[in-house]
Write a protein that binds this ligand. Structure first.
Ligand code: AMP
Length: 579
């Protein structure tokens, strides 16, 4: 396909604003991409990516990786001796679009260096008359590939030469889209969903098949080509490949209430504070580790490679988190992981300062079988199989099925106590949806508000905790009357029992014991003296508590030494927050 044809179509698409029309235009473009490159790859593969502003498939580690200035240099050189990089910068600052700036120049007069680079020819119309461009999609792709593969000393100049060889042959419209492609700023309104729908329409295949094929291959070009050549059967035969990363499934914020209202039970996992990784391993052959953006980070994380080599006996793709740990194995701050994550040099030395450890929570492929379409509980079982491990063992995320909020609270407390972020709640029946942020994975919402409550009662613990006060009754302040007759009382709004370590319970007992007014069985009545700060998920009306309200899932945050009961939160604030 001529690059000019592509540029024309891109302009038509850009001018369109209705989604359906855009899909239709992309469909027409895909249908027209009927040529093929010298190596036999269909133009269609490149077109399906270029139209989204991508040069390579998403799984491909290669990147054009040049800054705007390098691109501007090439454009300035192609535009002639009177144009400087500063002119281009000024133009972009003014109109906000490199495409428009590139399209404003007459290219083609510059000879000599133009002969440099893959597929490059001389300047357009050597008599300067500006005949049609001879750029093909293939020569643009090949040259951009050469740019991506140029490394080492002198690479900057080589890249500029290569880009110059393209711009120097461009008509204005071609320059417009070439510049945007190079800088990954296509912006013609074509997103992933548009291309998915256009592939389905162009080659008459159901969109769900296209979607599934995209999820497992992560490659719009390949999926388009297979849809055209082999239809539904071809798409259905596409599968995951160990070594080719796919998009990670994402979580949305949600509460315990959301989880238990939506599902019979929840898979409760610890949420680890690190960086997402996808591990691809074939025993004895290869181990690759990819970041959430599908960058290859294998060399920066030798511990993960060693873990895989030790633990895995079959080909696998695992999803997990890499955390930094100190000498005792306790988690360190997320920033420490980042120090390791992008490290290209001195990895061995940095490793001495910060050790990382992978923790896996999902299994996408095991021993030749793709697992995306089976329920989470079954994937978890496979994960435990391939790691030969039970929950809590090295490398395996903590996991428990629960349908009782109190059980979930105590898992949350244990995760926080162990220095992790809290919990993830997942629908155990859900399949793995790459790239999707959906309601099947919930990261527990942080508390929106906290409350300062007066502790007006408690209960003695049981067993090991018999000498500690636990289960604290939380009350809010109710002011009544005014002037001389004003008085304050405290009315209960909830109880907090979880999220407190034995050490803290001992301290709290010491703090509260002097304020015991009465005891009955295990219950104690406390004089209002101590203020707790608590988090909660929501406020409900409640017939149980005298305040008429209940805090749902209260969590102990700390003692407010700086507050007197009279400074605690009031019933009035509760009512305000409810409305
Ligand atoms: P956030 O980054 O706050 O959107 O939370 C989602 C991220 O938490 C994921 O992308 C993972 O990197 C991380 N994470 C930690 N533990 C888990 C887990 N058990 N399941 C899923 N994601 C987890």
């Amino acid at each position: 396909m001529e690059f000019a044809t592509f540029a024309d179509r891109a302009a038509t698409i850009e001018a369109e604003s209705a989604d359906l029309e855009i899909v239709d235009q992309v469909r027409a473009l895909l249908e027209d991409a009927d040529g093929q490159r010298d190596d036999g790859t269909p133009d269609l593969e490149v077109v399906a990516r270029f139209v989204q502003g991508r040069v390579f498939p998403a799984w491909d580690a290669r990147k054009i990786d040049i800054g705007p200035r390098t691109c501007y240099e090439a454009i300035a050189r192609a535009a002639g001796p009177n144009v400087t990089v500063a002119d281009i910068e000024a133009g972009v600052a003014e109109v906000g679009d490199i495409g428009e700036v590139a399209a404003s120049y007459e290219f083609g007069g510059q000879q000599g260096l133009a002969a440099f680079g893959a597929g490059a020819g001389g300047g357009r119309g050597s008599d300067g008359s500006g005949g049609g461009s001879d750029l093909t999609l293939e020569s643009v792709y090949d040259t951009l590939e050469a740019v991506a593969e140029t490394e080492g000393s002198g690479s900057h100049d080589t890249k500029v030469d290569l880009l110059f060889s393209l711009f120097n042959r461009c008509e204005p419209l071609e320059a417009r889209y070439l510049a945007r492609l190079v800088l990954a700023e296509m912006r013609i309104g074509v997103g992933e969903g548009t291309v998915r729908d256009a592939i389905a329409e162009a080659f008459d295949v159901p969109v769900e098949h296209v979607e599934r094929a995209l999820q497992v291959t992560n490659d719009y070009g390949h999926v388009a080509a297979v849809a055209r050549s082999d239809g539904i059967d071809g798409l259905a035969s596409l599968s995951l490949e160990v070594g080719r990363p796919i998009q990670a499934m994402l979580a949305q914020a949600g509460s315990v209430t959301d989880a238990l209202e939506g599902w019979d039970e929840a898979a409760v996992e610890w949420k680890y504070d690190g960086a997402r990784v996808q591990l691809h391993h074939v025993p004895g052959e290869t181990t690759r580790v990819f970041s959430r953006n599908m960058e290859d980070v294998t060399d920066a994380l030798p511990e993960v490679v060693e873990f895989a080599e030790d633990a895995l006996e079959v080909p696998t793709i695992l999803d997990g988190e890499v955390v930094a740990v100190d000498d005792e194995g306790a988690p360190m701050a997320f920033q420490e992981v980042l120090r390791r994550f992008r490290r290209k040099h001195d990895v061995a030395k940095t490793r001495e300062d910060v050790t990382v450890r992978p923790i896996f929570f999902d299994c996408l492929h095991a021993d030749g079988v793709d697992l995306l379409a089976i329920p989470l509980v079954d994937r978890r079982r496979r994960l435990e199989d391939v790691l030969g491990a039970d929950s809590g063992v090295d490398g395996l995320a903590r996991w428990k099925l629960a349908d009782d909020p109190r059980a979930i609270e105590s898992i949350d407390a244990a995760a926080l106590e162990a220095g992790h972020e809290g919990i993830m709640l997942k629908d155990p029946t859900s399949t793995y949806s790459p790239g999707r942020r959906g309601k099947h994975w919930l990261k527990r919402k942080p508390d929106v508000e906290t409350f300062d409550c007066v502790v007006t009662g408690a209960e003695w613990g049981e067993g090991r905790r018999a000498t500690f006060l636990g289960t604290f009754v939380l009350s809010v302040r109710v002011d009544s009357g005014g002037g001389e007759s004003s008085h304050t009382r405290f009315e209960p709004i909830g109880k907090v029992a979880t999220g407190i370590t034995d050490e803290t319970l001992a301290d709290l007992t010491e703090l509260l014991e002097p304020h015991i007014r009465a005891e009955e069985g295990k219950s104690v009545d406390l004089e209002p003296a101590v203020v707790f700060e608590v988090g909660y998920e929501e406020i409900q009306t409640s017939p149980t508590y005298a305040s008429g309200f209940a805090l749902r899932f209260p969590r102990f945050i700390g003692v407010r030494d700086d507050k007197e009961p009279a400074d605690a939160d009031s019933l009035e604030r509760v009512e305000r927050l409810r409305s």
